[in-house]
Design a protein around this ligand. Structure first.
Ligand code: HAM
Length: 421
């Protein structure tokens, strides 16, 4: 035997006991998105590297340190990468398909794997999965409100507790430019005391210093100017309306003036859904914001946009996973060789009727099969052998309360009984 090969660091295999919860989360997401008028989009996992350099931003951690990038084997040796997020890919796809003409409106949602070469820890992986939604062509603050209300509704559907929505506004590009100037002016005299990371960011991406984790940086940043103090009249009015709308719909939120986000494309509203406990340092369950200039920056017509993405792994970690495994409805037990064919056929007939059915394939004894039935968590068990076939009847045992009912050996009758007993 050769050496065993293991999955790459930060990349997870997923098995049924977890995937039952995953499917539930994905299903609730689809239903929520469809109810808000979003249609699905699927785009490639591999894209041109330039797409993310131009959108997420050259000076961001994602592009600078976390990309899975390589040269394609074509003549041009095109630089390609595994997508680290999906907003840029969605925008590219919509532009390419001509779905963003002047005054167009579009609403799309997606689910799928993303890749970032981060240091893995609980809730942070190198291949992770997002569910997300993007709305294009609308500038009204009520769209921001609906987007966050949708995220809130999704959390409610899942019974997600201990999470809170935080919001902020980064203003329009001109506001942001004025703000950055003020921020750099404030930080420069302190630069010798900043962490190495933040010192580097001062030149490249000063906004990110606002959410630095380093204690010393945090102390300095505490008195730094905030984006909210630099909003122009329009961005200010927009933010006020967003707040009013959230209150109108009863969506609870806090304003966090230091919320900035790690991607460059945002303008005006930004938001995050944070978990108070259960995720450790990786406490953002979902995040998003408005990006009114991204479509244009990627070569499309000027079209505003807003969206968010949630990390499925983080949601699953937060959900109570007890009892999430799939259990068969019925475990069919073959009493003898005569029963085996019957069990095989009956299992098929019951499955066609939508029941989950398990059978034994190892010729185990009735006793051993009954043990397996108990272990499987099945609601019912039925023993079928020559005797039952001749009588055209068998006992359906309720494994939860031990009660037994004699039934005709017919799929329709058995199915009925699983609903009523
Ligand atoms: P993001 O904040 O980079 O935003 O990621 C969104 C969510 O993806 C995070 O809140 C987190 O739940 C999850 N996530 C990110 N990185 C990891 C990781 N390494 N392991 C596990 N989960 C992770 C975006 O990606 C934007 N595209 C969101 C957006 C959509 N903005 C507008 N539209």
């Amino acid at each position: 035997m050769g050496d065993t090969i293991r999955a790459l660091k930060g990349m997870n295999d997923l098995f049924e006991d977890e995937l039952a919860t995953w499917r539930h989360v994905e299903e609730q997401a689809r239903q929520t998105f469809l109810a808000f008028g979003f249609g699905e989009i699927r785009t490639p996992v591999l894209e041109e590297l330039a797409l993310f350099v131009r959108s997420v931003g050259e000076g961001t951690d994602i592009v600078e340190k976390e990309m899975y990038a390589f040269s394609d084997t074509d003549k041009k040796q095109t630089k390609v990468c595994l997508r680290p997020e999906n907003t840029a890919g969605v925008v590219r796809a919509l532009i390419q398909a001509g779905k963003l003409p002047a005054d167009a409106e579009a609403r799309v949602f997606y689910l799928g794997p993303m890749f970032r070469r981060e240091r893995p820890q609980k809730g942070r992986y190198r291949q992770f999965h997002q569910l997300g939604a993007e709305a294009f062509g609308l500038t009204a603050p009520s769209v921001d409100v609906e987007m966050m209300a949708m995220l809130h509704a999704f959390g409610q559907r899942l019974g997600l507790s201990g999470v809170r929505l935080v919001i902020n506004s980064l203003g329009d590009p001109a506001d942001r430019a004025r703000y950055l100037e003020a921020l750099v002016a404030y930080l420069t005299p302190h630069q010798d005391r900043l962490s190495e990371d933040s010192r580097r960011r001062l030149a490249k991406n000063p906004l990110r210093i606002l959410d630095a984790k380093d204690e010393g940086d945090r102390a300095i940043v505490q008195d730094a100017p905030r984006p909210l103090d630099f909003l122009g009249d329009e961005a200010r009015a927009h933010f006020d309306e967003v707040r009013r709308g959230l209150e109108l719909l009863g969506v609870p939120y806090d304003v966090d003036p230091s919320l900035v986000r790690g991607l460059d494309y945002y303008t005006r509203t930004v938001f995050e859904l944070l978990a108070d406990t259960g995720l450790g340092a990786q406490n953002a369950v979902a995040a998003g914001g408005r990006y009114d200039h991204l479509v244009e920056e990627l070569g499309g017509r000027s079209t505003p946009g807003i969206g968010f993405a949630a990390g499925i792994e983080r949601i699953v970690l937060l959900l109570d996973q007890a009892g999430a495994t799939t259990r068969p409805d019925v475990f069919l037990i073959a009493a003898d060789d005569g029963g085996r064919d019957q069990v095989l056929q009956l299992a098929m007939a019951l499955r066609e009727r939508g029941l989950g059915v398990e059978i034994d394939h190892r010729g185990r004894s009735v006793k051993a099969q009954m043990k397996r039935a108990d272990k499987s968590g099945a609601r019912f068990a039925m023993v079928v052998g020559q005797r039952e076939i001749e009588a055209a009847a068998a006992d359906l045992k309720n494994l939860q309360d031990g009660s037994v009912r004699s039934l005709a050996l017919e799929a329709g009758v058995i199915e009925q009984a699983t609903h009523t007993s």
